[in-house]
Ligand binder design. Sequence first.
Ligand SMILES: N[C@@H](CCC(=O)N[C@@H](CS)C(=O)NCC(=O)O)C(=O)O
Length: 309
Amino acid sequence: MSQGTLFATGHSRGILPRALVKHFKLDVKISDQEDPVYKKNFPLAKVPAFVGPKGFKLNEIIAVTIYLLNLANDEKLLGKNAQEYAQILKWLSLANSELLPSLASAFKPLIGASPYNKKQVDDNTAYANKVANIFEERLANYTYLVGERLSLADLLATTSFLRGYDHLYGAQWRKQYPNITRWFKTIIKTPILSEFIGDYKFREKPVEYTPPKKEKKQQPKAEKAEKAPKPAAAAPAEPAQAPKPKHPLSLLPPAKTSIDEWKRTYSNEETREVAIPFFWEKIYNPEDYSLWKIICLHQIHVWFHGCFR
Ligand SMILES: N[C@@H](CCC(=O)N[C@@H](CS)C(=O)NCC(=O)O)C(=O)O
């Protein structure tokens, strides 16, 4: 009998649960947030989540990964005794509740996934580094976070640090945190994670904030034609070209926000957490765009386009 269904996508919290299912060859189906079973059971719409036989359901990454290890009958990754187990829980919580959220609040504005606010970026970068100091200190004297061998804490914390390396941790940061970096390189090569993040390319510099380009004001075409240099007096007179007919929408002023920016955010970022708030806060304004809801058979598509301004 199937052991259940895991709902985990490409988010950072999706990596480890999927890696555990794969590594331990669990009989667990992998699905995503579009699955009706997920929609029915998880009102917070967060991943990872898990549904097992007889109505068993679970969410929150720490609970889900511990449960997957139980399904795999693997006790090695959960420590040798109660103290080690408690230490593992401590590092899991520190990485998941302190490190990852502050990293996300620091890098998302830099990549345009949430509104930019310098103070927010600086404060969260500083806080993430403060949390990183605790890891750095431990890893200065030990290879792993708990005891002398790999545990769930190393695996999950590595996937949390991944977002830092993806966006913030350039060569300079890696020099300041040599022990975390040495440990990160070790853990991504372990059999459980290597297929998912083993071939990692480190970045040279942290990502820099680039303010969105202002769209060029559209000149009505007829106006451009007027400004074109006049032909030299001596040149033979050419028949005057009839101005191209104006497109009715070219009479409207350019939109203040860019639909392309929204499309990029929607494609690259977490939908509910980042893209949807970004749409309402930064993109949509009723003077420029109208929003259309088209109901087609059983699906609902929300469709909007500058054409309908
Ligand atoms: N407290 C939850 C947080 C889960 C969470 O925030 N997951 C993110 C992905 S890393 C998510 O599902 N965001 C909503 C979305 O992308 O739709 C946990 O620790 O598992």
